[in-house]
Design a protein around this ligand. Structure first.
Ligand code: FES
Length: 113
């Protein structure tokens, strides 16, 4: 087991071994969420938020997932001030920043699955 502490403003994407994650800002609570869509593995990190902010829409088949359900697959983490500490196995961790559309709304939460 390994604990890694990262400044929250230094990345929005990371890989732990072969699994990819992204920084999902859920209100004032940052979550390191899995990028793999539960439907067929699409890139949830490239999804868009519904206008209400409570759902994320996968770009492959437009399924909308409550951010609370996405959080269930998140890495164990503790936020302290402007840093987040994550718990992983002994896999290599890579972090980077990329342009992510997840903060763009696209309609009310009621109009999609
Ligand atoms: S892969 Fe995400 S909705 Fe199908």
């Amino acid at each position: 087991m390994k604990i890694t502490t990262l400044p929250l403003d230094s990345f929005n994407s990371l890989a732990v071994g072969a699994r990819r994650y992204f920084l999902l800002q859920n209100g004032d609570k940052p979550v390191i969420a899995p990028s793999e869509c539960p439907h067929r593995g699409g890139p949830l990190n490239l999804g868009r938020r519904k206008a209400c902010g409570a759902k994320l829409v996968c770009p492959w088949h437009d399924n909308a997932y409550p951010t609370q359900s996405i959080e269930r697959g998140a890495l164990p983490a503790i936020r302290r001030c402007a840093e987040i500490s994550i718990v992983t196995g002994n896999e290599d961790i890579r972090v980077w920043t990329e342009l992510l559309p997840i903060n763009q709304g696209q309609g009310a939460c009621e109009d999609a699955a």
